[in-house]
Design a protein around this ligand. Structure first.
Ligand code: ADP
Length: 248
């Protein structure tokens, strides 16, 4: 099957009923793992992803230590049951690539110089995949880093735009990703500084600008959801006794 065999739009709506510029539903839960320093569960449409953050902690093996800063490790892993046909367990070329680009998307905002000789480990486990797992993973990891109390310059939010049937669409789902004409995931700070941009397929210059604009708008909307999820968790905690006293 190729893109000509599949109809991506019906009465102007996408296969899952969305408009071209609409995100899939996003749900974020903070602090879902008791033993991690920070954690997050995210659903972005059919993607279900958990991120766990450990650290800052001692680096093993020690020769990886950096004297002036913490190193950041990011492991993206797709569960064998996360896709339709069983995925062979364990790392592969794709997971190495996604781990690398996702780490690079987050590292610029982490204040690594606060923790010399240590490591911040980020684990991302994809439980269910439906295209856009790298963006879902980055969104969950950024929230988990904040939940772990890792000092960051800002949040990072990630979203993709794609091209199907000559139309630019936000947040492609699996059919659109697999049989579409282009995919362009980005990650950025709330201020619009881009820390990840990848692209496969082909776009004209105009389409490229339109896709970047659309993905940035999607990332801004996701930022609000990340922020609200963190505010929800931390506003439920009781303030420490001294702070209460100071307010009296
Ligand atoms: P992303 O998940 O970030 O969009 P890709 O573009 O590489 O990354 O993958 C798109 C989708 O293709 C995945 O979300 C998943 O649904 C599917 N996919 C990826 N790798 C496999 C695999 N090994 N087996 C089956 N499906 C896969």
């Amino acid at each position: 099957m190729d893109e000509t065999d599949i109809s991506f739009f019906k009465d102007g709506f996408r296969l899952d009923g969305r408009r071209a510029d609409q995100l899939r539903p996003v749900k974020i839960e903070v602090g879902v793992l008791a033993r991690a320093d920070g954690s997050c569960y995210i659903e972005m449409g059919g993607n279900k992803v958990i991120a766990a953050v450990y650290g800052p902690r001692e680096v093993h093996p020690r020769h990886l230590q950096e004297v002036t800063r913490a190193i950041v490790r990011y492991r993206y892993n797709m569960a064998s049951f996360s896709v339709e046909e069983r995925k062979r367990p364990g790392p592969d070329r794709r997971s190495y690539e996604l781990s690398k680009v996702s780490r690079e998307a987050l590292e610029p905002v982490i204040l690594t110089t606060y923790f010399p000789r240590s490591v911040i480990d980020v684990f991302v486990e994809v439980l269910q995949a439906d295209a856009g797992t790298r963006t879902a993973g980055i969104n969950a990891a950024a929230v988990a880093l904040a939940d772990a109390g890792i000092p960051m310059k800002s949040m990072i939010s990630s979203c993709a735009a794609g091209k199907v049937a000559d139309t630019i669409v936000l947040d492609p789902m699996k059919e659109e990703d697999n049989f579409g004409q282009a995919d362009l995931p980005i990650a950025m700070t709330p201020g619009g500084e881009i820390t990840l941009m990848q692209m496969d397929g082909g776009l004209t210059r105009e389409e490229f600008h339109q896709a970047v604009e659309m993905a940035m708008k999607g990332a801004r909307d996701i930022y609000e959801i990340q922020r609200n999820a963190l505010v929800d968790k931390y506003s439920q905690l009781e303030a420490p006794a001294e702070e209460v006293k100071a307010c009296e």
